[in-house]
Design a protein around this ligand. Structure first.
Ligand code: EPU
Length: 430
């Protein structure tokens, strides 16, 4: 049954009060789960967000033979004697992150087959870097119908230098995983530097991998020569979700009287906090908290350019667009990662936002504008949360259809927003 959120807008008043706790990062948890294929013993993860995408990744592991036991935010993975190396087609087609499991599977079993992965529609999302990376590590790639078959020669990957022509989070993670059990050294150049990648590399290193340089553009991996990793009873905690924290921060600046974002990692949010401060927002940044006390000082527009980490995250550009509707002046958002990520602009324009899509990579926003209620439908996970923010500051009652997409990325979002005083409820779509 399809569900939607109904939000009573605050009509621009800043009344939200209390704590907004941030959960573990979706994009770290999904990759931690995928990495479990590299292990020969049980793995336990804590602070795993209880969201749709994590459940799907758990199912993908179960289909491959693992036991996945979830208790609240703790997930235990018991590996099978023998992994089933064909990824489940239905699940893999629904979720882009499924492709990250191909690296560990190829490294561990010597072969993997998978369909072209699905996921949010954000423009073209090719997989060429994955295929050429596997070939560089000595595997063969064959495409039959909709399925890719990748086989390591002699069952084992060979370390190699890999230069990525552009930065890709998923390709960096997948090649890092694949190289972990290979023979010899792999050097990944122009690698992604996301904190989630650093967390993954640290986890692998604690269990027998030899990875250096994570968090920089050059990652060195000395393969274990086929030896699987061992957790030896250690548990691993998923890093806080910087995208959820960033969205909460934007909501708090626009609608908060006194809101504290909790359990976050402010250092991972510098690109956003710097821009908000330039726009005139005062933030009280603690070790793992950010407090925002509603002020009536006018906000000034700031232009945004999305960029790989540590630059401004593409996943925060839709929430940032809502922020800019409340700022004095004109600003542009330049989207450099995807070529189809302004589908939200038309919907937001119906709330009264003044937005002009100049081309597939640039949107112009003029503010401040009073937003009014509208019937909205999430086009992707991150824009879905941006719609909830727009609905929260608008005047009147808005609906945000397709709650499923928001649930893919955010754990029971309505409960946390209700706790700071937002009137939001979930109901069946009629
Ligand atoms: N790309 C290629 N060829 C490839 C791989 C990527 O052309 O083989 C392109 C993509 O089409 C895109 C760009 O490279 O234009 C960057 O994509 P990247 O591979 O970095 O993205 P991803 O790994 O598929 C992750 C996040 C996304 C986030 C991007 C960028 C996960 C599960 N997803 O995707 O998050 O937008 O990095 O930071 O980690 C989300 O969480 O809602 C989400 C979409």
């Amino acid at each position: 049954m399809r569900e939607r959120f109904v939000v009573e807008g605050l009509a621009g008043k800043k009344t939200l009060k209390g704590d907004l706790p941030v959960r573990g990062a979706k994009n770290a948890a999904l990759k931690f789960l995928a990495a479990s294929v590299l292990f020969e013993d049980e793995l336990v993860f804590e602070n795993v967000p209880d969201i749709e995408d994590v459940r799907r990744m758990g199912e993908l592991l179960e289909k491959a033979g693992a036991q996945v036991i979830t208790q609240g935010n703790t997930v235990r993975i018991v590996p099978p004697q023998k992994w089933q190396s064909s990824l489940d087609i239905t699940i893999a087609k629904r979720m882009r992150a499924s492709i990250v499991m191909t690296g560990p599977m190829l490294a561990r079993v010597g072969e993997v087959s998978f369909p072209y992965p699905g996921g949010c529609v954000l423009g073209e999302r090719p997989i060429d870097l994955f295929l050429s990376g596997f070939e560089a590590l000595g595997a063969t790639v064959e495409e039959q119908g909709e399925i890719f078959y990748v086989r390591a020669k002699g069952g084992r990957l060979q370390g190699a230098p890999i230069f990525f022509p552009f930065v890709s989070v998923g390709a960096t993670e997948t090649m890092m995983y694949a190289a972990t059990l290979a023979d010899g050294e792999t050097i990944l150049e122009n690698a992604a530097m996301e904190p989630e990648i650093v967390a993954q590399a640290e986890m692998l290193n604690a269990c027998g991998a030899h990875i250096k340089g994570m968090g920089t553009p050059t990652i060195h991996i000395e393969g274990t020569g086929g030896m699987p990793l061992r957790a030896n009873g250690m548990t691993f905690t998923v890093v806080p979700d910087r995208l959820e924290a960033g969205s909460f921060l934007i909501l708090a600046t626009l609608a908060g009287e006194d809101v504290t974002i909790q359990h976050c990692e402010p250092n991972h949010l510098r690109a956003l906090t710097e821009l908000l401060e330039h726009a005139g927002v005062s933030l009280e940044i603690g070790t793992d908290t950010i407090r925002v006390r509603g002020e009536d000082a006018p906000l000034t527009s700031v232009s945004v350019r999305t960029h790989e980490y540590p630059g401004f995250p593409t996943d925060l550009q839709a929430p940032m667009a809502v922020f800019l509707t409340q700022c004095q002046g004109e600003a542009t958002i330049l989207e450099t990662i995807y070529d189809g990520r302004f589908r939200y602009a038309e919907d937001l324009a119906r709330t009264g936002a003044d937005m002009t899509v100049m081309n597939p990579h640039r949107v112009l926003i003029r503010g401040p504008r009073k937003l009014t209620h509208a019937k909205l439908e999430s086009p992707d996970i991150r824009a879905g949360l941006a719609y909830l923010i727009a609905a929260a500051i608008a005047e009147g009652t808005s609906t945000v259809d397709n709650a499923y997409l928001i649930d893919r990325g955010y754990e029971r979002i309505e409960e946390r927003l209700q706790a700071v005083g937002l009137s939001i409820r979930r109901e069946s779509e009629q």
